[in-house]
Ligand binder design. Sequence first.
Ligand code: PEP
Ligand code: MG
Length: 317
Amino acid sequence: ERDSVAAETTGPGRTADGHPVPLLANIGGPDDLPSALRNGAEGVGLYRTELLFLDRADSPSHDEQVAAYRAVLEAFPGGTVTVRTLDAGADKPLEFLSRPQGAEPNPALGLRGLRMLRHAPGTLAAQLRALAEAARGTEAELGVMAPMVTDVADTEWFVAAAAEAGVSHAGVMLEVPAAALRARHLAEAAEFFSIGTNDLTQYACAADREISALGAFQDPWQPGVLDLVATAARAATATGRPCGVCGEAAGDPMLSCVLVGLGVTSLSMGAFALPLVRAALARTTHDQCREAAAAALDARDARAAKHAARERLPGIA
Ligand code: PEP
Ligand code: MG
């Protein structure tokens, strides 16, 4: 018993019947590496690079960026490291980026993520060049992905910018519902997808994630959100594109099984959640994940979805 518990809390993520589900860490910089490694992350599924850029008068230098990115890549020889390009907006303004619009009444619906970078292509190009250089000579596989992608034009623009800078493995986050609904078409340009359930939920339920009074809508168990995840994962499967989840939902043990059942191919989360999710998957077969997913999709509301999943996932809190 002791051995089996130890075995399920270390090693690569897999279901009870051996279906692999890479378990990756969300990090904000090299300081988060010790915890990611201690908790057995197989790679990084979301490197939020904002920290490097916030609260400073100038853009970080090329060398400073290369050092931060290389430290992360070197920690995962043979693994994948997916770096998200700068996700700034009116709520996280950068002093060195001019904002054509100035103050925005709805920052979440404004010029943020890739939208901001399309107005500051030099900042994106510099970041991508630093990433390409950081990856040179390391044994990790670098992937770059753009936040707040809305359509095919955004996707094509970002993938071309990455190629131009020498980064060949480029994908997009699915966190805008329009993008999730059209993943089949985005897949023509994007090499992979990563679903950001935090923002996807915010936008699907039209509930600002900063407003705690709207907490009931900021729930990835909302069947409308699960429908969007299912649509995106189905499109990814049909087009042969990997499709991970890197929002908080990936770190919820029961929901992680549902996401795998919906067709999600990897899970990225705060490092503390890795052992819990690893253990939950190890106790659950791929078929049980699919049954729980189907039942959750059929439910009429978030509570019922959770209840239906719990009934089909014995042994998971
Ligand atoms: C998300 O939106 O789910 C996500 C992972 O990105 P962030 O929380 O940084 O917006
Ligand atoms: Mg997001």
